[in-house]
Design a protein around this ligand. Structure first.
Ligand code: CA
Ligand code: CA
Length: 626
């Protein structure tokens, strides 16, 4: 019996060594959750990808760990939250990386999935966009082969041999194509220029011989096929051109799918590869606005709402994934909540490769989920932090900074826990109904989890990079009338500027507001209280008031009042040319979310009022910003 047991174990061990699966990770750039036709796209068909889904499993609740390129790539490569490596937004030029509090490139000591597999005897190849170091003027980053890859071919955002894009528009002389990203020639030897519309196939054509060679050498392989598609700018083939961004995008999407077909067919048509290769297909982040679509989800690339971080994952491997009883349809896993960091320990377990010593993954191993045998979820919640430079984007001027997915709940808030948003993902996966007010205890607990997690990770400059003043009205002079009511978006941009309020007033009472901009968190207001003129400034909820000492000067019929708030918060007021009060708010104005009213304060009060409706006439009111 003992001998038989030993024989069986030995047989199993030999078998499992021989059967170590080949792994292919197709990681698309900037494609929306709803862009594959098998995920609901009706504007374009993606038949090659759809066939993989039909023969495999399609996952509806898979996430990437960042809504933007470089950190999302770091997570899927290391099995760890990208914040651990200070890769928290897209890698750019040296100054820009530094300004945002980021590393210049991914530390090669990171626990790369590729390196673990390489050490265990896998042939490892990276073909496509890298964007984890080596771009713009950062030309001293390590080559891709320092990260556990035997071979690499990349694009303009990575070190080493590369394909750079030639461009062609309809009507352009094909012998005189354009060139983009030419500066990337400095990032490694072995540059080939190629039509942009053919570059995905260029990567496929490099990956296929690599896999053939590995198979000949009796080695399992791990291949990254990471196209630059479907990232803007969009350069479909000239004979498949489209009008406008959306059409051009759809043509690029269809062309990418066609070029993938060559890779998928190569694996499918080789019996040995078909039986022992696992292909994973997903996107690194949500769509660019106006290009791809997020399906039923809210938000885009760069957002922590679902549209930014949900990714349409497909797993294919007929020899590894038990076949579906209904052959006409693939499996759909609507339940499992898991993410890119989970793929790393999962693939290591499938390959029977040990974890690197001392490494703690944020991911959890879920092989049965990935192979379509279970609809379990990861046990730990998933946490997210926005890119430091993306507090405002695509029309949203104050995006959530932190987010968590725990069970059916999705929760988002600011770094300090304010502006809580809570969504029930079972009833409202589009994140439309904020339930935070209904569940104060849950909100308090999730807020703490988010903040504790955020503080446990290396910081970046996100908290110092709020809002996008460029998008605000920046006029210097506003002439306003009594009764005027501007919304938060229409109201002037006051942050960090000197404000001068001038008005002619005729007062027939003791209390009322001349002008109020903002609310009880931030803003400024000029008002009369108990017959005295008052200038109030709110900074961080705190009210500072300059109050005139007597009411007599206001009662002389029609008088001119002037109030100023300096760039550092120094406040002063005059009536009929005479200074009547000063105060110091000790700091610049910050832009309020609330709007501006003349002759009243209609929303949250800026100042301490007795009454808000102004008792009398306001004329010649102007607001000047310096
Ligand atoms: Ca991307
Ligand atoms: Ca924010």
């Amino acid at each position: 019996m003992k001998n038989l047991f030993g024989f069986v174990v030995g047989l199993f061990f030999t078998f499992s060594l021989e059967a170590r699966p080949n792994l292919i990770l197709v990681f698309i750039d900037d494609m929306g959750w709803g862009d594959f036709s098998c995920f609901g796209n009706e504007a374009a068909q993606t038949p090659n990808v759809d066939r993989m889904a039909k023969e495999g499993v399609r996952f509806e609740q898979f996430y990437v760990n960042s809504p933007i390129c470089s950190p999302s790539r770091t997570a899927i490569s290391t099995g760890q939250y990208p914040q651990r490596w200070k890769i928290t937004s897209y890698l750019s030029n040296r100054d820009h990386n530094q300004q945002r509090g980021m590393a210049q490139w991914l530390d090669p000591k990171a626990p790369m999935l590729a390196r673990s597999l390489q050490k265990a005897g896998y042939a490892t190849g990276h073909f496509g966009k890298w964007h984890m170091g080596g771009q713009r003027n950062v030309d001293d980053a390590p080559p891709i082969t320092d990260y556990g890859f035997d071979a690499s071919l990349t694009n303009f955002e990575g070190m080493g041999p590369k394909l750079l894009p030639l461009t062609l528009k309809p009507g352009q002389d094909p012998n005189k194509p354009g060139r983009i990203w030419g500066d990337a020639e400095r990032l490694g030897k072995g540059v080939r220029w190629m039509q942009r519309s053919k570059i995905t196939e260029g990567f496929v054509d490099e990956a296929i011989p690599f896999m053939t060679d590995a198979a000949k050498a009796d080695k399992p392989f791990y291949v990254n096929l990471w196209p630059d598609d479907v990232h803007s700018p969009f350069w479909p083939p000239v004979d498949k051109w489209g009008n406008g961004k959306r059409e051009l995008y759809l043509q690029v999407l269809k062309e990418m799918d066609r070029q993938f077909g060559k890779l998928f067919d190569f694996i499918r048509e080789d019996e040995a590869l078909r039986e022992n290769t696992l292909v994973l297909i997903c996107s690194d982040n949500g769509p660019e606005q106006g290009a791809g679509v997020s399906g039923p989800f809210r938000g885009y690339k760069t957002h922590l709402y679902e549209g930014g971080v949900r990714s349409s994952l497909i797993a294919w491997g007929p020899g590894l994934i038990p076949s579906n009883n209904n052959e006409s349809m693939g499996k759909v896993n609507e339940k499992s909540v898991f993410s890119a960091v989970d793929l790393v320990p999962t693939l290591l377990e499938l390959a029977d490769v040990p974890h690197p010593e001392g490494v703690k993954y944020d991911g959890e191993s879920l092989p049965d989920v990935l192979l379509g045998k279970s609809d379990a979820s990861r046990k730990q919640p998933l946490l997210f932090r926005r890119p430091p430079d993306r507090d405002a984007y695509y029309g949203d001027n104050d995006l959530p900074d932190l987010a968590i997915r725990e069970g059916k709940w999705k929760f988002l808030c600011e770094y300090d826990g304010s502006d809580a948003e809570l969504f029930d993902m079972e009833a409202d996966r589009g994140e439309t109904k904020n339930l935070a007010a209904k569940h104060p205890e849950l909100v308090a607990r999730l807020t703490k989890v988010c903040i504790d997690w955020h503080k446990s990770l290396p910081p970046d400059n996100g908290p110092n990079m709020i809002r996008k003043p460029k998008k605000r009205p920046t006029k210097a002079l506003y002439d306003l009338k009594q009764g005027e009511n501007l919304s938060g978006v229409e109201a002037p941009f006051c942050e960090g500027r000197k404000v001068t309020i001038r008005a002619t007033v005729e007062v027939n009472g003791k209390d009322g507001v001349i002008l109020a901009h903002g609310g009880d968190k931030a803003g400024y207001a000029l008002y009369i209280r108990d017959g005295k003129l008052v200038l109030g400034v709110r900074r961080d909820w705190k009210l500072t008031e300059a109050v005139s000492s007597s009411s007599s000067s206001l009662l002389d019929g029609s008088v001119v009042v002037v109030a100023t708030i300096g760039q550092t918060g120094k406040m002063s007021m005059s009536v009929a040319g005479k200074q009547v009060a000063t105060a110091d708010a000790k700091g610049k104005l910050t832009q309020p979310g609330d709007g501006l009213q003349v002759g009243n304060d209609l929303i949250k009060p800026v100042g301490k009022y007795t009454l808000t409706q102004f008792p009398g006439k306001i004329t010649k009111l102007s607001l000047q910003f310096d």
